[in-house]
Design a protein. Structure first.
Length: 140
């Protein structure tokens, strides 16, 4: 009976934890090194990404000979972005030179207007002169 108990104790059960003496030993320095590597990865991401532009100023108006534009400035890094006063939303790309941003916006506006003019069909021209008052034409 004793020999049977000893055999059962010597058998390995699948899924059972290994005794401490047979576990592979992990060096103590692996945890601090892995934490340091993760920290360096996070720092590299922040450095490569740059400013997140979360602290934007209130809208400011810039005027020139062609009109006025509103813009916001990032308080952290100084980058500018155009601002729509009617919708109260910032729009367009970020940039450090306000004149370049305004020039790009004017170019985009002109392209949109030209595209809208091309896509809109022209009304057919009629030979009859248009009546200034609708009631007169309907009343006859």
């Amino acid at each position: 009976m004793m020999s049977q108990v000893k055999l059962m104790a010597d058998q390995k059960i699948p899924g059972a934890p290994l005794p401490k003496s047979s576990r592979p030993r992990v060096p103590r320095w692996t945890l601090p090194v892995s934490i340091a590597i993760a920290g360096l990865g996070a720092a590299a991401t922040i450095l490569l990404r740059g400013c997140w532009h979360r602290n934007m100023s209130w809208p400011t108006r810039a005027e020139d000979e062609h009109g006025h534009f509103s813009y916001q400035v990032c308080i952290d890094c100084g980058v500018k972005r155009l601002f729509d006063e009617r919708a109260f939303l910032a729009y367009g790309p970020f940039g450090y030179d306000l004149h370049d941003l305004i020039a790009q916006e004017r170019l985009d506006r002109r392209r949109r207007m030209e595209k809208a003019a091309v896509t809109q069909p022209h009304p057919p021209e009629s030979s009859e002169p248009a009546s200034p008052h609708r009631d007169e034409a309907v009343g006859e």
